[in-house]
Design a binder for this molecule. Structure first.
Ligand code: AMP
Length: 394
């Protein structure tokens, strides 16, 4: 199928061409015609499959045709908010459409000024949006299309109350599009309460993509740093993302790597100023930075492309997070490699039990290989989180 076959306007086709997209991805092929038809959609799709352009193209075409007046995109993190907003801006620019992003972590004054300009799409993190609504700067009644992007992550980090509150203040006559890598109980509840007569679309199997080569390295936790050095040594010049569980761990490991004179190392974690985080992301994209040590803040949605190697220095807390970390490589069919450092003698484990071991999913013996890893069963329910989700900065 070609984009032309989707019945899009010439200006949108031109914008798609300028983005370098020659053919729609599966999620785009399946969702765009339904968005144009005004359907409410629940879309389960893997990360990195082109879902932003899927709803972006749909939004642009609906606004241009006059069936949507203003669209709201809710997304969990500020990085995603910025990325989505700039992709929407590109897709809508030939029509003169404008996108505005509001998110926590940036002074509200700048965003208040941006909101005074004309915009057609507002991309927002839930907390900041509520704040702006309370100040009377955003009126939810003006949006008749809403996208819940990365809905599972939004709920995981504790935005459930905000999301429900925002949904209840939107006009009842609207289009609602929900995108999520997993459809657990909380999502199903939102769908049954706020998305009557919605269609379910599935794009891509819920497993690590087949172009990713995944390897488990079993070792004592005291040997992790030296194992990492060996890995980096044998992958020189390779764009590498190293995931850790804590912000402190990230800082310590980055320093250790710098002390060993490894060049082009930086970090991404929730305590960093937004400007610094942006600089690291663009340095990593541009090639000035080759190795990034990160918390899960980098696991979701960031358009860091062509990451060749992911090292899970600390295992992910659950399979969903693992899937998102791994999704930074092998994007859009590119080849990628993942190395998981698995230690049985970790001094402190934040979670009761370890999902990889509980599921018996790692290989035997040191340096064992398993590839690719299977993903959560069926609906990918939230079997690893306990009780109500709490907000945490990562
Ligand atoms: P997303 O799933 O929205 O995070 O998109 C993942 C990446 O795919 C982004 O870098 C997009 O620019 C890219 N992308 C989206 N649609 C297409 C397409 N049809 N062809 C090639 N790349 C695409």
């Amino acid at each position: 199928m070609k984009f032309m076959d989707l019945g899009l306007s010439g200006k949108t086709l031109k914008a798609i061409d300028a983005c370098g997209y020659t053919q729609p991805t599966e999620v785009q092929e399946k969702t765009i015609p339904r968005i144009l038809a005004g359907a409410n959609l629940v879309v389960r799709s893997q990360t990195g499959t082109g879902k932003t352009a899927a709803f972006g193209i749909g939004i642009v075409e609906r606004i241009v045709s006059g069936s949507t007046s203003k669209a709201l995109v809710l997304t969990p993190t500020r990085e995603l908010a910025m990325q989505i907003s700039s992709e929407l801006q590109e897709l809508g620019k030939n029509h003169g459409l404008n996108s505005c992003a509001v998110y926590g972590g940036q002074k509200i004054g700048i965003q208040l000024r941006n909101l005074e300009k004309k915009y057609n799409v507002l991309v927002a993190t839930p907390g900041r949006l509520q704040d702006l609504c309370k100040r009377g700067k955003v009126h939810l009644s003006s949006f008749n299309l809403i996208v819940l992007d990365e809905a599972d992550h939004m709920l995981d980090i504790g935005f459930q109350k905000e999301v429900l509150d925002i949904l209840s203040h939107l006009p009842s006559k609207r289009v609602t599009l929900l995108f999520s890598a997993t459809i657990g109980r909380d999502i199903k509840r939102i769908v049954s309460r706020h998305m009557p007569s919605s269609e379910f679309i599935e794009a891509g199997e819920q497993k690590v993509v087949s172009t990713i080569d995944e390897e488990n390295l079993e070792l004592s936790h005291v040997d992790k740093v030296s194992a990492l050095h060996r890995i980096l040594d044998s992958h020189r010049g390779v764009k590498t993302l190293i995931f850790m569980r804590t912000k402190r761990g990230v800082l310590k490991l980055k320093r250790k790597l710098e002390q060993r004179k490894i060049e082009g190392v930086d970090m991404l974690q929730g305590n960093m100023e937004q400007n610094k985080r942006n600089r690291v992301i663009s340095g990593f994209k541009g090639g000035a930075i080759n190795i990034v040590v990160a918390t899960n803040v980098a696991a979701r949605g960031l358009h860091i492309e062509n990451v060749d190697l992911i090292v899970n220095f600390d295992e992910a807390e659950n399979k969903e997070t693992h899937l998102h970390r791994v999704g930074r490589t092998g994007r859009m069919g590119a080849k990628g490699k993942v190395i998981n450092l698995i230690s049985h003698d970790e001094p402190r484990k934040p979670n009761p039990g370890n999902w990889q071991r509980r599921k018996g999913s790692h290989g035997k013996g040191s340096g064992s290989r398993r590839s690719p890893r299977g993903m959560p069963n069926g609906s990918g329910g939230r079997s690893f989180s306990s009780g109500r989700p709490r907000r945490r900065r990562r």
